[in-house]
Design a protein around this ligand. Sequence first.
Ligand code: URA
Length: 200
Amino acid sequence: MTLEEIKNQIKNISENYKEEHIGGWITGDGPIPCDILFVGEAPGKTEVETGKPFVGIAGKTFESYLNSIGVSRKDIRITNTCFFRPIKKKLSKNGRETISNRPPKTSEINLFRHLLDEEIKLANPKLIVTLGNVPLKRLTPFISIGTCHGELYFNEEIGRYIFPMYHPSSLTYNRNEEFKAMYSKDWEKLATALKTLATK
Ligand code: URA
């Protein structure tokens, strides 16, 4: 499959999806092939508006940590597990509609299963970094990020190295210093993992 075919399928699937509310769609971004592929959860409002993954608040956090280990965004590829923005709509007391993000359902992740596989094949990365629990469960047998973050694994099933990390937005709701220190340490461990893989 080509990148163009992947994009067309993402568009088709998203535009024909009627089971739940969604708010637009995007594709992955960055060079193909690439050494590192980061995989997030699903795009939010800013991502859909700009057509690029990780450009909102979580994206800014992500990019500053990425730069802190000497890696530039232009050198990596970023994509998502679910390519449309899952939303929920609520009517407020004064009758106004409010829209918020919701986590993608398993069935929604499965709509894009073959397309993420094709993107990984095309990108052919030395390392896949999963951001948060959603891509973790999609690409590894692990159940929770709390037990496996910051370590390099070889996933026999997909034949690739995987480095699980917390989602950058977890810093927004875990504001304590202990979590922040642990998160920074995981980025340092990622830098070490990259050096190890460069020699392989
Ligand atoms: N969070 C994600 O998981 N993906 C994005 O693209 C943006 C925010």
